[in-house]
Design a binder for this molecule. Structure first.
Ligand code: ADP
Ligand code: MG
Length: 678
């Protein structure tokens, strides 16, 4: 058997099983080998029946007492077999498996594993796994991410078989010097021991090697992408820069030192014959828009076009308004490409973009659609990057001839993670807020305070100030979510009769949403109920209260972003978190929000308390999904892998040396799955 053998040709795999495996992305023998266990059952730890723990997985040695008995209960047949050792007995129970009555040999010891439960006063274990004791003793048994319709036992047998038959066929991909320097075991050994560890020790060695390899490949891919993006191509030279200083003077405020520093870093990139690829990280309200405007202005002054892509229509509209305010008086043609344009309006805008008449182009995903053709695009900016993947960023890049790339995000990401998630970008940080910002008072309360808070919101409204309310979240179900927002709003309108209460949600037409947002911005609406559509970018300085229902359901980074919607004007602002959650972690998270207003501190805390989860997950960012590494727990290995990847690229920039060939193949294969070219 070779590694590329299609699974259909494996023993015991028919059409039916093959299909199930395919659905998990498993097509070849090798894919099975890299279907890593999710966790392990340590069957080297065997209990006596007397010591079994209720409601837990237990492993124990026992004999079966004679033949079992079967009874019919409604439409099911229940088979019970008494299992015993010298300390006691317990029933093994199987449903619709009559043959289990005769499954066990007499006087033969078996090793059982299963969850102990109490049913009708009797202790039983439903469908325990079992194996003859002499075979099974002392094993650490893998538990795989489940494949629907295939039992763990079958998966295990399949993988065991493939391992046996392909023994030592896996090519070692990691250069020897890296293995030596970072103490990494050999690949075949790692794969064998990740599935069936001989001991704890070999398991740790195996895992270390595979986690390292995963991070290493990811990082290597990103670095290669950066090299090819930057070095292979000539960037567009943007020399003329005198006018930028003048432009900055047109803002009603002076740039902060942090903004100036980032502008300088961008200038350095753009006036050299290299393509800029820069991520600007800055907390909410740190003034990223002004920085983007200056970069766009500079580009346009040099006779080129600049484009800005944002994740939502509402945000696109708002950016459009602020860009127009600055650009139109200077005679810069600014256009908005939004989903709510009529066909005719859209045609006109597209023509203006194609002819070069439009100099500043703003929009949502609409700007990366096929029908948008730029005349001379030299700068592409994406705002609120965490909403876009690498691929979409790439699509915008493809719209020009090696345009400069500026990516902005308000999600403070701890540096090590940023290196993985944005490893293909240089990073600038705006680490200072404009002067005079007020601290937003944050309090976490239980739902019993709700009426008092509504009262507080009314009082704010009486003095002409506005509030946001983020509606309770309902699991993943858009339809229910919609109902929840609507009924919450309705109830609130009754409660706050005489006040203007409205709601926006994801299911609304862009135009309708925009009307409501505008009314809110003008102060015609006093309380805005919303799902998280307002999360990104919205700027209404007169809003002073941010009330978040079910706050425990949000990530801290997200809460922090929501909080950033208030405190934008001169009035004292408040963020109120309503949460019922009593768990210690939930309370620590709410405390963290009350205590800190620094996005970096908060995101570190989030990582610590919850782990990387979805928000920092690679998938969210359009990167390959991690199969074994954990961005938080394995941060030490991550750092080592990053160092190794950097060293390697310094030695062999495009991986052309023969000893790096199999490594290169692996990187290309990994990224190819993401349809990205390196
Ligand atoms: P974000 O980084 O969250 O995108 P914005 O660019 O929307 O922040 O800026 C938030 C607010 O701060 C805006 O109203 C903007 O006009 C203002 N602002 C930006 N830079 C400065 C500055 N240097 N001094 C004072 N206010 C500023
Ligand atoms: Mg912004």
């Amino acid at each position: 058997m070779d590694l590329q053998c299609p699974i259909l040709e494996l023993p015991n795999v028919g059409e039916h099983r093959a299909k199930k495996l395919n659905s998990m992305g498993i097509f070849t023998a090798e894919d099975l080998l890299t279907h890593f266990p999710r966790e392990y059952d340590d069957r080297s730890h065997v209990r006596k029946i007397k010591e079994l723990v209720l409601n837990e997985e237990n492993t124990f040695l026992a004999f079966a007492k004679g033949q079992g008995e079967s009874v019919r209960i409604r439409n099911m047949t229940l088979t019970r077999v008494k299992l015993y050792d010298e300390t006691g007995s317990v029933y093994g129970v199987w449903y619709n498996q009559l043959y289990m009555k005769k499954a066990f040999l007499e006087k033969t010891q078996y090793l059982f594993t299963g969850k102990l439960q109490k049913k009708y006063g009797k202790l039983e274990i439903a469908s325990p796994e079992y194996e003859k004791a002499e075979i099974a003793m002392g094993k650490i048994v893998p538990i795989y991410p489940s494949v629907q319709g295939l039992s763990q036992k079958i998966l295990r047998k399949l993988i065991e078989e493939v391992l046996k038959q392909t023994k030592s066929q896996l090519k070692e991909t990691m250069p020897f010097w890296i293995r030596k320097e970072y103490f990494l075991c050999e690949r075949n050994f790692a794969i064998e021991n990740i599935h069936f560890p001989q001991s704890q020790e070999t398991f740790f060695q195996a895992r270390r090697r595979l986690v390292f390899e995963e991070f290493f490949l990811l990082q290597l891919g990103l670095l290669l992408m950066k090299e090819t993006l930057q070095e292979g191509k000539e960037g567009i030279l943007l020399k003329k820069e005198e006018a930028v200083e003048e432009f900055l003077k047109k803002f009603p405020f002076a740039m902060t030192n942090a903004q100036k520093k980032v502008l300088l870093e961008m200038k350095e990139d753009m006036r050299q014959p290299k393509v800029m690829n820069r991520l600007v990280q800055g907390d909410v309200g740190s003034g990223k828009t002004a920085v983007a405007m200056a970069a766009a202005y500079w580009t346009i002054q040099n006779g080129y076009q600049a484009a800005l892509m944002v994740p939502t229509e509402v945000l696109a509209e708002q950016h459009y308004t602020s860009f127009c305010q600055m650009f139109e008086p200077l005679g810069i043609k600014t256009v908005l490409l939004s989903g709510s344009l009529t066909a005719k309006q859209k045609r006109i805008v597209l023509e203006q973009i194609a002819s070069g008449e439009a100099q500043m182009i703003l929009g949502t995903h609409a700007v990366i659609q096929k029908d948008v053709i730029f005349s001379k695009l030299a700068l592409v900016i994406t705002d609120e990057q965490h909403r876009f993947g690498v691929r979409q960023r790439g699509a915008l890049f493809e719209k020009g001839k090696n345009p400069h790339v500026l990516v902005m995000t308000a999600t403070p990401i701890p540096r090590t993670l940023a290196l993985i998630l944005y490893g293909d970008l240089d990073i600038s940080i705006i680490d200072e807020l404009p002067p005079g910002r007020q601290k937003i008072d944050t309090i976490a309360v239980t739902p019993s305070y709700r009426q008092r808070i509504y009262h507080f919101i009314k009082k704010q409204a009486d003095s002409g100030l506005q509030s946001y309310i983020i509606c309770p979240m309902i699991e993943e179900n858009e339809k229910l979510q919609l109902q929840a927002v609507l009924s919450y709003t309705e109830a609130l309108q009754k409660n706050m009769a005489g006040y203007q209460v409205a709601c926006v949600h994801g299911k609304m037409k862009a135009k309708q949403k925009q009307e409501i947002m505008e009314a809110f911005a003008k102060g015609q609406i006093q309380v805005l109920v919303s799902t998280t559509v307002i999360e990104v970018g919205i700027n209404v300085p007169n809003a002073v209260v941010m009330l978040i229902e079910n706050a425990e359901r949000f990530g801290l980074a997200q809460l922090h972003q929501l909080r950033g919607r208030v405190g934008r004007g001169s009035e004292k602002s408040y963020c109120i978190l309503i949460s019922e959650a009593k768990s210690k972690v939930a309370q620590q998270r709410m405390k963290a929000m009350e205590k800190s207003s620094d996005g970096f501190v908060i995101s570190e805390m989030d990582l610590k308390l919850r782990g990387p989860g979805e928000f920092f997950g690679t998938k969210q960012h359009g990167l390959p999904e991690l199969k074994i590494g954990n961005l938080y727990k394995d941060i030490k290995i991550l750092k080592e892998a990053q160092k190794a990847a950097e060293t390697l690229i310094k030695k062999d920039r495009y991986l052309t040396l023969p000893i790096h060939q199999s490594l290169k193949e692996q990187v290309v294969a990994l990224w190819h799955q993401q349809q990205l070219s390196i």
